[in-house]
Design a protein around this ligand. Structure first.
Ligand code: MG
Length: 351
């Protein structure tokens, strides 16, 4: 790239001043949002793409379908509670489910590094198959590519998912309104810290196991009892803080969370303190948040707690009509502070 081209590329894109991609562009925080808004959305202009929800809802042959795609680059590829194979199914199934779609079909692309042990690949493909069966989705198309040693790290997987819409209108960030209550399905940060501890060889008293799971069964039970859910999000890259920030911006509302109500596993809290991390930004792969009108909040909580993946669901906040586009965290002692987007990268290659 010439010097002139480098300058043109970096122009107006904060965080890309150097003209090159940095790890922070993959954080799910400020740098990711700026890259998407200032480069991808400008060059790939499309009204559905611009909605920026977890899956796109489009019409096909008279039906409404949801479609989404995601790549998985987690390091290490095997971690307590899962591996890159099960993760690549759960993440894509969950992105369809939180749009109110029943996940039906997946495709998978495997990018393999020369030298990857075939036994590892076999285990990962078996794990993909087991996760698909458990989530009741079919993997119906795939692709494999092999790159030179060093051009990838063992393997990367991209999955694309299609589902049929079962909720009309679909839950989405634009439907969130003042007065809605915010509910989280369980404790935060197990996935991110399980991967981090495995990567760094951290030995804790009790091993942290990833929460990675397909949430489509939980979401079906939720929509059956509360069809008026405004919005759902699975709490992946960037954790709870990033998801609520995205929703506050899209819905142009203010979101208030009570710090004391947000459930964090004690082992996650301890590991985060050790590593200097904030659990509110740590990824989960089997947790979601739901925004629902106040009148339906109790009914929804009851439905969630009746499902094994929502047993620890709790109310953590509300949507206000002031401080639009911002998330405010109310501390245990009554203080208030802005819970901002991540400005750099906290945990690279966690999903
Ligand atoms: Mg998602």
């Amino acid at each position: 790239m010439s010097e002139l081209e480098t300058k043109q590329f970096s122009c107006g894109i904060p965080g890309t001043d150097s003209g090159f991609i940095k790890l922070g562009h993959g954080s799910g925080g400020k740098m990711t949002a700026e890259l998407i808004e200032d480069l991808f959305l400008k060059k790939l202009s499309d009204p559905t793409l611009e909605e920026m929800d977890d899956a796109a809802v489009v019409s096909a042959g008279g039906s409404s379908i949801a479609i989404t795609t995601d790549s998985y680059v987690v390091n290490p590829v095997f971690f307590p509670g899962g591996d890159i194979g099960s993760l690549s199914v759960h993440g894509t199934v969950n992105d369809l489910a939180v749009r109110g779609a029943r996940p039906l079909y997946l495709t998978a692309t495997f990018i393999l590094e020369e030298g990857l042990p075939l036994t590892d690949l076999g285990k990962i493909v078996e794990s993909v198959n087991a996760a698909c069966r458990k989530a009741e989705v079919r993997l119906v198309a795939g692709d494999t590519k092999v790159v030179n040693r060093g051009a990838a790290d063992r393997l990367f997987i991209t999955t694309t998912g299609v589902g049929i819409l079962e909720s009309d209108p679909p839950p989405g960030a634009a439907r969130v309104k003042p007065g809605d209550r915010v509910i989280v399905s369980g404790n935060l940060g197990l996935h991110g810290m399980a991967v981090m501890c495995a990567r760094e060889g951290l030995e804790l008293e009790t091993e942290i196991t990833s929460d990675s799971a397909a949430l489509n069964g939980l979401v079906s039970a939720m929509l059956e009892k509360s069809p008026n859910i405004s919005c759902m999000r699975d709490l992946t890259r960037g954790g709870l803080a990033s998801a609520v920030n995205e929703i506050a911006v899209t819905s142009r509302t203010g979101i208030e969370l009570s710090e004391g109500s947000i459930p964090v596993h004690p082992q996650v809290k301890a590991a985060c303190e050790l590593l200097g991390l904030d659990p509110l930004y740590v990824a989960c792969e089997g947790r979601l948040i739901a925004f629902v009108p106040e009148s339906s909040a109790d009914c929804l909580l009851e439905a969630m707690r009746s499902h094994p993946l929502g047993a620890d669901a709790c109310l953590i906040g509300r949507v206000a009509d002031d401080h639009k586009g911002r998330v405010v965290l109310k501390s245990r002692v009554g203080g208030r502070r802005i819970l901002d987007r991540l400005s750099g990268e906290q945990l690279p290659r966690i999903c």
